[in-house]
Design a protein. Structure first.
Length: 355
């Protein structure tokens, strides 16, 4: 098959006894680039008059490397050494080249071998083919200043405020033409969406990552107590006992939209305490406005309320277990230069904000 031939273009692992290539493992990167690369290589070979379209399917491109070495060195032994194969293996490839091109290609001379007219005519286009194919197999260069890619990032509303805002601010300075779509993460569909390319990156908690994904920890988050800036308890904050804390009206965020229990309640339960949760909302984003307009109190992730006007932030009178935020992505985009640059920018932002 043609794909077989393309795959071994730059391998030099041969069986010294039978002069045939020993297949190596196919990486996922090969599987990703192969279809469009094969089409381009076909076009290059045909355009450069190396071989007819009829014969392309049966061509092992390692033979072209062998032909190039033979044309350069005009000596089977030296050509074999350049490719890292044995002399019998090189002789076997020359036999196959003669069958492919239906021409002797080289004849014996006093010092090595001399190319036929057909082989000499192939010399220049052959160099062009190997150069162009080599360029196709090189990783693309990514320049953020001129890049125009489109990325889709899925996250919770918390991550939109805590991570995406500072990330986008720096992204627009470094890569002004990149477009980013921010969507709410769908826990049940996330893996499938990453596999299919519906989303490129997901900002989630560790329990939503899996062994099928690449993942990296962004930071550990902790909870703080938040009220409006002129709330009555601010003046006597030092006297905010656990009992008084439990008596206040609390607003809680529940992604189900109907829950009145969270991490704070679990911590209180261990101490035999309960609190008054009178409002449950589905989104973090509404809570700051809710607090500004009432005497309610809320336990919120610290990054969510950083530099928010009109709010007072202090440590709660009880230790509450925080959470970890992760970035997750699929093998499909793991080696892509643009995706790698985008992820690194995200990692740097999270590290800088945490430091």
């Amino acid at each position: 098959m043609w794909i077989y031939g393309w795959r071994y273009l730059f391998t030099t692992n041969y069986d010294n006894n039978i002069h045939n290539e020993i297949p190596g493992p196919i990486s996922q990167a090969d599987a990703i680039v192969k279809p469009h690369t094969v089409t381009k290589i076909n076009a290059i070979l045909y355009r450069c008059n190396i071989i007819t379209m009829k014969d392309i399917r049966n061509l092992d491109l390692n033979l072209l490397k062998a032909l190039d070495a033979l044309l350069d060195h005009r000596n089977v032994t030296r050509a074999a050494a350049r490719l890292g194969v044995t002399q019998p293996a090189m002789s076997g490839m020359l036999t196959r080249l003669r069958d492919t091109f239906d021409d002797p290609l080289f004849v014996r001379a006093q010092r090595g071998i001399e190319p036929t007219e057909r082989a000499q005519a192939l010399a220049i286009p052959l160099k062009q083919v190997l150069g162009e194919v080599g360029a196709l197999l090189q990783p693309p260069v990514f320049d953020p200043a001129t890049a125009t890619q489109h990325f889709t990032i899925a996250s919770t509303d918390y991550a939109l405020r805590a991570i995406a805002l500072p990330f986008l601010a720096k992204l627009k300075r470094l890569a002004p033409n990149i477009r980013v779509a921010l969507v709410l993460v769908n826990d049940t569909q996330m893996l499938s969406q990453l596999e299919r390319g519906v989303i490129d990156l997901a900002l989630v908690s560790p329990e939503y990552t899996c062994q099928d994904l690449h993942a990296r920890k962004l930071f550990d988050e902790h909870y703080v107590c938040v009220v409006r800036q002129d709330h009555p308890i601010i003046k006597r904050q030092r006297d905010l006992t656990l009992e008084r804390f439990c008596e206040l009206d609390h607003a809680l965020v529940s992604y189900s939209g109907a829950g009145f229990r969270g991490a704070t309640d679990e911590a209180l339960e261990k101490m035999g305490k309960t609190r008054r949760v009178t409002v449950s909302v589905k989104s973090f984003l509404i809570v700051p406005d809710l607090l500004r307009s009432s005497d309610m109190v809320s336990i919120l992730p610290s990054r969510l309320v950083t530099d928010l006007a009109g709010l007072a932030v202090f440590e709660p009178p009880i230790a509450i277990t925080g959470f970890t935020k992760m970035a997750a992505w699929h093998e499909r985009t793991h080696r892509d230069p643009a995706q790698r640059w985008l992820r690194q920018l995200l990692f740097d932002i999270c590290f800088d904000n945490h430091a």
